[in-house]
Design a protein around this ligand. Structure first.
Ligand SMILES: CC[C@H](C(=O)O)C(=O)SCCNC(=O)CCNC(=O)[C@H](O)C(C)(C)COP(=O)(O)OP(=O)(O)OC[C@H]1O[C@@H](n2cnc3c(N)ncnc32)[C@H](O)[C@@H]1OP(=O)(O)O
Length: 249
């Protein structure tokens, strides 16, 4: 299985479990995220955590060995939309969603972390919207969420530079909630959050969801997905993916 879902101490944890491929996202992981959303509504946890196996990567984005076969905008759109839809459902879950960024989060991996309410970033982790180096934009909603999460200039810079940022840089631009050296830092975060009753956390999440609904966040995400699909079919994108996949051959 490419993922794990565990419930413990009122926390539902989703772990991407493909460390050999830097926890890249394939269709099975997308289905797992859809299962995560269903389990939140079944088990009523206090918090949701999204993380990944190993220390090297949180997530390296879409699995290029699989998605390289999507050539046209019409072929790419269904994958982008399916992942974009489940990421929106994760963002609008009725409880706080915490990304434990255990390692590199690049491309769609950075989008997943950005969709979460909080980002606890390990000090060695580097994260960035590197889609620009593949001649596309974010395509799962992450660009829209970045504009919601950090100041405009910082978001536009992070998206447009298409590079990885250090944990310290991510703390300075507001993307990282906290840089954690070890599990103790994560534990301290949850001990603090658990001092407040679940119904208060849910009420504040409701306020955020109402803001996103009234500002048509979902429509903005859908436009991002459409634009990414358009750029996807250009030779510049396919050539960049080809270079990555052939880099070691
Ligand atoms: C809308 C979202 C959008 C989309 O879905 O298209 C994207 O996410 S676009 C961005 C797609 N992701 C990338 O371009 C990142 C590609 N990966 C890397 O740049 C590096 O792997 C990095 C920086 C994440 C880690 O580098 P490191 O040197 O630590 O590891 P390797 O590069 O040697 O990778 C180990 C092994 O995993 C394979 N790998 C890594 N990432 C991916 C990926 N996203 N898709 C497929 N395969 C991936 C890599 O090829 C190596 O395989 P091996 O057979 O061992 O050579």
């Amino acid at each position: 299985m490419s993922y794990k879902i565990d419930l413990s101490g009122g926390i539902l944890t989703f772990t991407i479990d493909r460390p050999h491929i830097r926890n890249a996202i394939n269709d099975e992981v997308i289905q797992g995220l859809e299962e995560l959303v269903a389990q939140v509504h079944n088990h009523d946890p206090q918090f949701v955590i999204i993380t990944a196996s190993g220390e090297q990567a949180f997530c390296s984005g879409g699995d290029l060995s699989v998605y390289q076969h999507l050539r046209t905008r019409n072929e790419a759109y269904p994958m982008l939309k399916k992942m974009g839809d489940v990421l929106y459902r994760i963002k609008t879950l009725p409880v706080p969603v915490v990304a434990l960024v255990n390692g590199m989060a690049v491309g769609g991996g950075c989008e997943i972390a950005t969709a979460c309410d909080y980002r606890l970033v390990r000090s060695h982790a580097k994260c960035g919207f590197i889609q620009g180096t593949l001649a596309i934009t974010s395509g799962w909603g992450g660009g829209t969420y970045a504009m919601e999460t950090i100041p405009h200039a910082e978001a536009l810079k992070m998206l447009s530079e298409a590079r990885v940022y250090t944990a310290q840089e991510l703390l300075e631009n507001g993307w990282a909630t906290k840089v954690v050296e070890s599990e103790a830092g994560v534990e301290a975060f949850f001990q603090s959050m658990k001092k407040i009753r679940p119904e208060v956390h849910r009420a504040y999440k409701e306020i955020a969801i109402r803001k996103w609904q009234s500002s048509h966040l979902k429509d903005r995400v859908n436009e991002e997905i459409r634009l990414c699909a358009e750029l996807w079919e250009a030779d510049a994108h396919h050539d960049a993916v080809e270079r990555f996949l052939n880099k070691k051959k």
